[in-house]
Ligand binder design. Sequence first.
Ligand code: FMN
Ligand code: SF4
Length: 436
Amino acid sequence: MHERFKFRNPEDLLSKAESLGLRLPFSDDISPLLQPAALENKIIPNRFVVQPMEGYDSEADGTPSDLTRRRYMRYSSGGSGIVWFEAIAVDPDGRSNPRQLMLTEKNLGIYKKLISGMRENHTGKHPQLLAAQITHSGRYSRPAGGNAPLVPSKNALLDRGNERILSDEELFSVQKKFIKTAKLAFDAGFDAVDIKACHGYLIHELLFSFNREKSLYGGRDPEGRFRFLLETIERTRENVPGIIVTTRINLCDLYAGGFGTTPDGKGCDLSEALLLTGELEKRGVKIINTTMGSPYFNPHVVRPYDNPLPGAPVPPEHPLEGVVRMTEGTGTLQKNYPGIMIIGSAYSWLRHFSLNVGAGVLKEGLASFIGFGRNSFAYPGMPRDIIRNGAPDKSKFCITCSGCTRLMKNLRPAGCVIHDREIYGAELKKLIADGR
Ligand SMILES: Cc1cc2nc3c(=O)[nH]c(=O)nc-3n(C[C@H](O)[C@H](O)[C@H](O)COP(=O)(O)O)c2cc1C
Ligand code: SF4
């Protein structure tokens, strides 16, 4: 049964997990989170990752706005080892919303300034790793605000009726745009580029396009379904030497017919994610960011929460089940591929215990980095406080109220309505005044 967070001490949390038959990794010693890590020729200062979080606040042409800049400057001074930039569309038709970032020749200078500002803003012995997540929203493209889905194949569960299937030529042209954007990301000063393959967007959907016919991409065979992602990674590496190429993948979707899911849609089958990770390793990928589920279809799987969006159903499971599904999933990947650094996700529901659980995960070798999504909106300076003061400020953690998602779903700039109230609390008030 779903339950809101109410745990005052580790014993209560751990005994709840036990009563649900779940094993929650846990360590009183959080120092593993502060250990540096070597990646290619770089030293990443610690194990905290700002997960990609769309802010819905770019200028109309995708250029970072003052609000975008503010978010990233907070992340750079916040002290996380990695700042993984939110989804940046490679093509206007593949934008998920009219305020999604784009990186173009025209706005390259603005990105260069943003990246150099972040570099200056971050203090510490080793620089942060800055990764650009680049994407085509596919089925969830809404460049002008309304649905304009571009899909690799029909899907009885997900189709709404106005989908257009992309031809191989069109996919190839999208691939070229990924490579072009990766080159721009390198020129802007990013260390890494993430060829996004999660959350139901175009490249992720290709991974489970079982019924795409007469095409190089998709089909029953994993070789065809994985081809587009693997080719895009290979071609990016060839064309943009010097940038670290990575990807964010779903370990499982948890709906019938989805990636890495049992036929009844109720369980994860990690064999596909393991197979894909093996192929990524063969292509020299050294770090992978992981997630699960679909923000459109089963959001509690992506991000366990206390409060659903207004009008949305209460999730059918305890949030701890979502947390443990992720730690077990990343653990399986990490144990099978010790040569790849796996970034875990979905920790924010745990509030300050996320540090103990994250440290436990690192100690047990169940992931190499601990990613924070909503908590990075709420408390971007958490790593800095731990480094400087030895402990975080418990009053600043995300409370998984879904306020930021509510803003995003209504195409408003997204941020923390609780802890960044002046800007985003005010946005929520406007939204409510508009009757939304
Ligand atoms: C407002 C919002 C925006 C998000 N934007 C992205 C995104 O651009 N790319 C991505 O891969 N995931 C995105 N996510 C998912 C997060 O990266 C993360 O996986 C999720 O919130 C679970 O982590 P948490 O429990 O720390 O919040 C977003 C989530 C939220 C709530
Ligand atoms: S609005 Fe703030 S507290 Fe609520 S879920 Fe988003 S980041 Fe967390």
